[in-house]
Design a protein around this ligand. Structure first.
Ligand SMILES: [Ca+2]
Length: 304
């Protein structure tokens, strides 16, 4: 294939760019020693599951009993440090734990691909090369700054790294050195993992005194046109339109709060009020399935 024939020339041009952007020669020499495109990564990139799963199927898969159980256990185990971080960043601890659980099953499944080979493959491959080229530069900067050794620089096939699966650009924007050892270590230092997640949410506009949303019951014949993040109304208006809590009782009266109605499988499936923080979770991952699941898991962790 022409693609692999020209890999060496692609790489040498890329290295020149990286040098110009301030990456050290030493880092480039070690990071690209023996790096070749990984066919497994190209294969996985071509085969990403599309959104064919319903929300109910997705939820069943990602919110297993085990995930709930481990969420509560981990919340109890790390409660002290979680509450300190929660206070400092203004993000309730159960959301930090829920994102940790959703991303890597509480740190147990962080991905075994070398970040540099994986991102090199995707930057060279062409499908989304300019995005991954930027991520590869950002990844090299992480090595240059000494946050992690090359040997331990692991992530998903698409370059999402550590226990909260930050892309390298998110790492630079949001990762923090919470334990003060000079390294932002989202791979093995729990304080850094938790604080980096909290910082991401805080910087994305999290409102400390609001929840993500809540499950609701829609009235018969609720119009589809009112479903979705575009339609924003006060809780009072939703109440007037017949929206109720799941047990049929009235919505809470909070004067200045607006919400949207989210119903990922349509008006006859599960429905939710989505508050401002729902949109913040969607900055982390632009999927309503994901955001509802994070909120649901956080609620379950907070109220066992
Ligand atoms: Ca640290």
């Amino acid at each position: 294939m022409a693609k692999s024939d020209n890999f060496e020339s692609w790489l040498s041009a890329f290295k020149k760019e990286a040098l110009r952007k301030g990456i050290s020669q030493k880092t480039l020499d070690s990071a690209f020693k023996d790096v070749r495109p990984l066919s497994k990564v190209v294969e996985l990139d071509r085969k990403q599951p599309e959104g064919k799963m319903t929300f109910v199927q997705y939820r069943q898969k990602v919110l297993s009993d085990l995930r709930y159980k481990q969420g509560r256990e981990n919340y109890a185990r790390y409660r002290k440090v979680l509450e300190q971080i929660s206070k400092k960043y203004g993000v309730p601890a159960p959301y930090i734990v829920a994102l940790w659980g959703m991303e890597t099953s509480y740190g147990s499944n962080t991905g075994g691909f070398g970040v540099i080979p994986a991102l090199t493959t995707l930057a060279h491959d062409g499908r989304r090369s300019s995005f991954f080229r930027g991520e590869l530069i950002a990844a090299l900067k992480i090595l240059d700054q000494g946050h992690i050794s090359l040997r331990d620089f692991k992530g998903s096939w698409a370059g999402a790294m550590g226990q909260n699966q930050f892309m390298p650009s998110s790492f630079h924007a949001y990762a923090v050195d919470e334990n003060g050892d000079g390294r932002r270590d989202i791979w093995t230092t729990r304080e850094d993992v938790f604080a980096s997640t909290a910082n991401y949410l805080a910087k994305s506009g999290w409102r400390a005194d609001e929840r993500w949303g809540r499950p609701i019951k829609l009235p018969q014949k609720f119009p589809e046109t009112l479903v979705g993040l575009e339609a924003k109304k006060s809780l009072k208006e939703w109440q007037k339109l017949g929206v109720r809590l799941p047990d049929g009782s009235d919505l809470p009266v909070v004067e200045d709060m607006s919400a949207s109605v989210v119903a990922p499988d349509g008006v006859h499936g599960p429905a939710f009020l989505a508050y401002h923080n729902f949109r913040v979770i969607m900055k982390w991952n632009r999927s309503q399935y994901f955001a509802v699941s994070v909120g649901t898991l956080a609620d379950a962790i907070a109220n066992p």
